[in-house]
Design a protein. Sequence first.
Length: 154
Amino acid sequence: MQIADFLDFDAIKPSLPGGNKRALLQQLAQLAGQRLRLDAGEILASLAERERLGSTGFGQGVGIPHGKVEGIGRIYGLFVRLGEPIDFGAIDGRRVDLVFLLLSPPDAGAEHLKALASISRVVRHGPTLDKMRGARSRDALAAVLMGADERDAA
């Protein structure tokens, strides 16, 4: 599985105000709810439940909040870059400025893990992270993410 299989490229945000972790999760739930025509409150509850198990701060300034949501028909992802990094409780203590949201149907166990793995492959590659931080538009970010997919597929 590659990021292009589930990422909503039209919803990429190159400079979202983050504020704090709670406010960011609310913004992400609202955005995904609008795009998917699902209740943002249910999305937020799923994300908050997962965060209670432990931070989804991946390290290197990346957050990957994720959850399973009733009513979603497929794995769905969106990406935002924050205008200012926020404390996310990341494993390395670093503030987060790159965020991938991943939502899956409740029965998408293996596919959910494959999607998380595809995000993980991208964010472990330092030069790709640098390009993501340097990209100034949605189209530039989409190109970086597509390029990462192509690199991983090779």
